[in-house]
Design a binder for this molecule. Structure first.
Ligand code: SF4
Length: 332
């Protein structure tokens, strides 16, 4: 529970606050960017919600916080928003909220499907979510994008007798996973589900492509809302070249949604997504300050680097004319 006495100094006065236990995972800023913003390496409340709907959004961020670092003195009970989760994104796609500190607040998702529901990475293991998943038909498959974001997958697998799917290179993080993906070619797992190994961030990072429409990317790729472009890790690679090759490989696929573990999700028309991907690859190709991923670095530092809006050393103003054109076309 957040402690008002430890409130960070940047909070504007009012009912909501962030305290000093914030680990800067970015979840609150993604769930409710109208209330929460980023200071040096933590979040703060820059605008106090006023209307009922604004308060509801702020509370959704509160219950999604992995570390209980958001507090409120509002009369509206927090429990009133818990039922909002899993939160519909579009059609049968849902955002689970309740991010786990075990995956540093990574987003997880739920796909309701007539042939069995999917969990993509893992939220906290909570009675509330378990009950909601049961009511929605249970969980048949758990897709794990990479070792950092397995969270409570083992407990969900046991509870729902679900099949965990993870790349063999990441299996050390989930040694009892029921299904390992081998090699680095895309695997048509089921007619609507393709698993695309995208090594780079980690050796066995993988994306899940659903219906040639929604791509679940883990920490391989995300959207920078402020700069209106795609981004990926630039300082903490397992292998930079593999990361680039993986991104190029993704361009052979069709998708409109990018649903990441960290960073913002985005939906673009397919043609605009291709432009965005090309722009990203072009920028990354020019990136000169890339270090190999040091897996012994503290997770906190790694995660901070992953979510930095300025992770790429080329702010928009420094883009080459062709890249500016691409970014402009992407926004149309
Ligand atoms: S959601 Fe993440 S960024 Fe926001 S207050 Fe909690 S720990 Fe900090």
């Amino acid at each position: 529970m957040a402690n008002l006495q430890k409130s960070v100094p940047e909070n504007v006065q009012g009912a909501f606050f962030v305290d000093q236990t914030c680990i800067d995972c970015g979840t609150c800023r993604q769930v409710d960017p109208a209330t929460y913003a980023e200071a040096e390496d933590y979040s703060f409340v820059y605008h106090q919600p006023q209307t009922d709907e604004e308060i509801r959004e702020a509370l959704r961020a509160l219950v999604s916080c992995p570390t209980g670092s958001i507090g409120t003195t509002t009369d509206q009970p927090v429990k009133t928003v818990m039922d909002d989760f899993p939160l519909p994104i579009e059609e049968n796609l849902y955002y689970n909220g309740f991010t786990s500190p075990k995956s540093y607040g990574a987003s997880s998702y739920f796909i309701q499907h007539p042939e069995g529901n999917w969990l993509v990475d893992s939220p906290k293991f909570l009675p509330h979510l378990i009950g909601k998943f049961e009511a929605m038909g249970g969980i048949r498959y758990i897709f794990l994008t990479h070792s950092d974001d397995v969270g409570e997958a083992a407990r969900y697998a046991e509870k729902f007798k679900a099949t965990r799917i993870i790349h063999e290179q990441e299996a050390w993080s989930q040694p009892e996973a029921e299904r390992l993906i081998e090699g680095f070619e895309p695997v048509q797992f089921l007619p609507d589900f393709t698993i695309i190994p995208t090594p780079g961030h980690t050796q066995g990072s993988s994306c899940l492509l659903y219906k040639n429409w929604a791509l679940f990317t883990g920490d391989h790729l995300w959207w920078e809302a402020q700069e209106q472009r795609l981004a990926m890790p630039t300082h903490y690679y397992w292998n930079k070249q593999k990361q680039l090759e993986s991104s190029k490989k993704l361009m052979n696929n069709h998708f409109e949604w990018i649903l990441p573990g960290h960073g913002n999700r985005v939906k673009l028309p397919e043609a605009s997504m291709q432009v965005a991907m090309k722009a990203l690859i072009s920028i990354i190709n020019e990136c000169s300050q890339v270090n190999l991923l040091n897996r012994k670095e503290p997770a906190l530092r790694l995660r901070r680097e992953l979510r930095k809006p300025t992770a790429l050393p080329f702010p928009n103003s420094d883009l080459r004319p062709s890249q500016k054109l691409a970014a402009s076309a992407m926004r149309k």
